[in-house]
Design a protein around this ligand. Structure first.
Ligand SMILES: [Zn+2]
Length: 560
């Protein structure tokens, strides 16, 4: 691990600067707070300490530094986060020697090498270039999305890669080669290649569009298989290029295919993303939701993909996202429209309708009436209303449907009750811990104070008092236990006593802690006493009575 680089980056980039570029931070004493990007919450419990260069969430216990934050937020491994942050800090990364790199790094390297190979091959193919131009993609777009070409033939790429020192096993694990009865062969043959990047723009997979006559068994689009780097349910095509724009414009556009995506970007909708040969998942939505909770689906309404998108919108509604549908005409792909008439593409995006309105209008246009209209509403529309998280918005939707269809509101609400609750509404990443008991709470504050001051801080008075109360051994044990929770405790104490203003409060806490410990001890002694009496142990009984009296006296003294 290049630890120099890490230190240099941390020197140049503050945690507030890094985290603040992803989530809105608010000052809270010497710390900053925000709504946690890693779990669903309404009130902020995510704290950032500029002094310690770390963050901590009381809701889901997420914690760490700028690197773990970027890893978590961007869905990257450490190296990916390093790449992003190094670029941002302007610190060059010193790479280790290739023979020392791990298998994972070799797979990344193989995918990068293959991308470069496909790019070079594309330059040799005037027909393919002509095709891309005819679809509207400019040379600049092709270059920026690193479009390429996999030539026909079974071993073109494999042979080049083997010569460069990549093993067949690595090529297979990268999803570039397949093992057949007579050895390895290229997965992608005679295809226009669209590399798919992770959040740090490292190529992790490909989508290949067939070039020339498709054989019967060949799909028009072929995607890389799931690999250790390419997780289709997490990766969104174009996300690396779209993320800043999504945050800046405060909405994301979901398109269906690779061409739709690159053309949207080319005409200025740089906030477009696409799934890669899979239905929309919760992970896809979450990675967008962290940047903006407003999404527009720009799907060709005639295609199978549209039905999948409609299901995806339900998932998004259940996440409390604002979901709109762009009313693209049936006759044209978004990509074709972007090429032929960018202005009307823009208009369609700005004419997007909230998904419930969109479906409602479709049902009304179908011209149904009576029972059939009611059935249509119940079947096609109410499930979306049900998915909406806010009760107020639900009522508003029902009201609107009643107005437009003349179905009575009460009837609609009755139908709504019958709609099955889908398993999508559960809050994500809810905090694991239930509320701490009061004693736990007090003890954590006490040890938090000790950590912040250091045991000898403030003349070590507090430490001495706590030691006197607990005894040396018990004190050590708890110190060790809480040492593992240092981050949490420090954040808690900062939130509890901001700006170190604990002088008066700490005394009260200590008294409460002393009382708690003594009461606990008293309870234990009483139980022992009962056992000793039952067992007829007179000497022990006497001793325990004395002990109970002593503790009880201490408690009274403390109260006085
Ligand atoms: Zn959290």
């Amino acid at each position: 691990m290049p630890s120099d680089t890490v230190a240099k980056i941390k020197e140049r980039l503050g945690i507030v600067e890094v985290v603040g570029s992803y989530v809105g931070l608010e000052r809270a004493g010497s710390n900053y707070k925000a709504k946690c990007p890693f779990h669903n919450e309404r009130t902020p419990s995510f704290f950032v300490s500029p002094e310690r260069g770390s963050y901590y969430c009381f809701g889901c216990q997420a914690k760490g530094d700028i690197f773990t934050f970027v890893e978590e937020f961007e869905g990257l491994d450490f190296k990916g986060a390093l790449k992003l942050l190094a670029a941002r800090a302007g610190v060059p990364i010193v790479y280790e020697k290739p023979e020392k790199t791990g298998e994972r790094e070799k797979i990344y390297a193989a995918l990068e090498e293959a991308t470069a190979y496909f790019e070079k091959e594309l330059a040799k193919q005037p027909e393919v270039l002509k095709y891309l131009t005819s679809r509207g993609a400019s040379a600049k777009t092709a270059e920026s999305f690193r479009l390429g070409f996999a030539p026909a033939g079974w071993r073109n790429l494999s042979e080049v890669m083997l010569k460069k020192g990549f093993s067949a096993g690595i090529l297979e694990r990268a999803g570039l080669a397949k093992k057949g009865p007579s050895g390895f062969y290229d997965r992608f043959r005679s295809r226009v290649m669209f590399p798919i990047g992770d959040s740090a723009s490292r190529v992790v997979g490909f989508s290949g569009r067939i070039w020339g006559e498709a054989g019967e068994a060949e799909a028009k689009y072929l995607n890389s298989p799931e690999t250790e780097l390419f997780n289709k349910s997490k990766i969104l095509y174009g996300f690396d290029k779209a993320k800043l724009s999504i945050k800046k414009n405060n909405f994301a556009i979901f398109v269906e295919g690779q061409m739709d995506l690159i053309m949207s970007h080319q005409i200025g909708f740089t906030n477009a993303v696409a799934t890669s040969g899979t239905a929309l998942t919760e992970s896809h939505l979450l990675s967008v939701d962290r940047l903006s909770n407003r999404i527009i689906f720009a799907f060709d309404p005639d295609k199978a993909g549209f039905k999948a998108a409609i299901r995806g919108t339900k998932l998004a509604l259940a996440h409390g996202m604002e979901v709109k549908i762009a009313p693209f005409p049936k006759t044209k792909d978004p990509a074709d429209l972007a090429k032929e008439d960018p202005e009307s593409f823009k208009k369609i995006i700005s004419d997007s309708l909230p998904v419930i309105d969109f479906i409602l209008e479709k049902i009304i246009k179908a011209g149904l009436s009576g029972r059939r209209l009611a059935d249509g509403v119940a079947l096609h529309l109410l499930p979306f209303v049900k998915a909406v998280q806010s009760r107020i918005e639900q009522s508003q939707a029902v009201k609107k449907i009643a107005e437009r269809t003349s179905i009575r509101e009460t009837a609609l609400f009755e139908e709504l009750q019958k709609v099955g609750v889908e398993q999508v509404g559960a809050e994500v990443g809810q905090g694991k811990n239930s509320k701490d008991s009061r004693r736990d709470f007090v003890e954590r504050r006490i040890f938090g104070l000790l950590m912040r001051e250091g045991v000898s801080g403030k003349d070590g008075v507090l430490a001495k008092q706590v030691k006197a109360l607990l005894g040396e051994e018990d004190f050590k044990r708890r110190e060790e236990l809480y040492g593992e929770l240092k981050d949490e405790l420090l954040f808690e104490i900062d939130a509890y006593f901001p700006d170190g203003g604990e002088s008066s409060g700490a005394d009260g806490l200590l008294r409460e802690y002393q009382r708690d410990i003594l009461k606990l001890r008293f309870g234990l002694a009483m139980r022992e006493l009962a056992l000793a009496e039952k067992g007829g142990d007179r000497a022990k009984t006497e001793a325990l009575i004395k002990k109970c009296q002593e503790i009880s006296k201490q408690i009274t003294e403390l109260a006085g």
